[in-house]
Ligand binder design. Sequence first.
Ligand code: SF4
Length: 134
Amino acid sequence: MLRAVQLGLRGEAMDSSTIWMCLFCAACMARCPAGIDIPKVLETVRHISMREGRPPASKEVALFQRLFLGQVAGMGRVHELSLGGSYNLRSGHLMSNVGLVPRMLTRRKLSLLPHRKGARWFKKLLSRERKARD
Ligand code: SF4
């Protein structure tokens, strides 16, 4: 993947499923002897691919990313319960992980309602960032 980027093989890089598989855990970056920010490279290639309207190698990951970023842009953070629900509905995997919800709610790993704290601040930050980019 990185070699494709280095060699300027845009098509190969952007059509690769690798850019859709990265979880941005940064484990590779922490161990990379060359100090390459691998997740940043993958994220950048993914964004360029999306901006150019290329079909994603993984439609499910693309859907999840769109929903995730939509929540972040709208609320300043993610509400996992509604994110999971939206994803299940739109992906067609209606019952995926539904069995985990009651236990996660009782253990307070999920909240019923979204947290609004910081949403306004984040929207301002996002708006400023977009203006600076344009
Ligand atoms: S950040 Fe690196 S180790 Fe983590 S998922 Fe992405 S490529 Fe793999």
